[in-house]
Design a binder for this molecule. Structure first.
Ligand code: URA
Length: 234
């Protein structure tokens, strides 16, 4: 909600009074004087007028998890363990996943209770790079990189994948960078070039790299720089 609306929603504060309070520097957002009525206020921000708290900040959580194989990217499932079960019970109900991985896929998963933040990571328009380490059954063909760069036709969606970059590491291993996140996308791309993915591991989402200190199943909170960096990855 905009700051001027939040103010004029308070008892006894008209829109004109709200403008005046802002002009006089009596309104603070997260302890900083704010004069801008258009400033967007989220539930994670504290808003005060003089000494009075108009809105207390709710805690925001941003976690990086090293997903092990065998865990579902879901909140609950009757059959398989879910990635949320790797987190303390008191956090589970509040968090959602910023992007999914297949059950067999390992690597970087991000979890948060901040919907704006997760949308920035996952929305197709953000075009954030996702980097996967791929192990294949057959040798990766010399044509694969060019096919992925052109885009692979996905019949179910009736579209071509965005240009992707393939970097060969060995005959059956490569890093693949994609800029979207369609269902089983990496597996379908390799299938389209006559190969099969045997193992898939996500190393990076936009500017966020999986911390090498995290063993499978471990997680840690993101630091302030990591949280901010998805808005300005350059
Ligand atoms: N592409 C896939 O095929 N599977 C994943 O888990 C992620 C990307």
């Amino acid at each position: 909600m905009r700051l001027d609306r939040l103010l004029s929603n308070q008892n006894g504060i008209s829109r004109q009074t709200a403008r005046e309070l802002l002009r006089q520097g009596r309104v603070r957002v997260d302890n900083q004087v704010c004069h801008d009525g258009l400033h967007e206020i989220t539930r994670f921000m504290q808003v005060t007028l003089d000494q009075h708290c108009l809105q207390a900040a709710q805690p925001a959580y941003y976690l990086m998890l090293h997903k092990p194989a065998g865990y579902l990217s879901a909140t609950q499932d009757p059959q398989h363990p879910t990635v949320l079960e790797l987190l303390p019970a008191e956090l589970r109900a509040q968090l959602h996943l910023a992007g999914r991985l297949d059950r067999s896929t390992t690597g970087l998963m991000l979890l948060t209770n901040d919907g704006l933040w997760s949308r920035q990571l996952t929305s197709p328009s953000a075009k954030l790079a996702k980097v996967y380490r791929v192990t294949t059954r057959e040798s990766i063909s010399p044509q694969a990189a060019a096919r992925f760069a052109q885009g692979i036709y996905l019949a179910r969606e009736d579209l071509f994948t965005r240009p992707a970059e393939l970097q060969l590491l060995s005959p059956c291993e490569a890093l693949l960078t994609i800029y979207e996140g369609r269902h089983h996308q990496v597996k379908r791309m390799f299938h389209a070039v006559g190969n099969r993915v045997c193992a898939l591991h996500r190393e990076r989402m936009g500017p966020l790299h999986l911390d090498p200190a995290l063993a499978p199943g471990d997680y840690r909170p993101l630091d302030a720089h990591e949280i901010r960096t998805i808005w300005d990855p350059t």
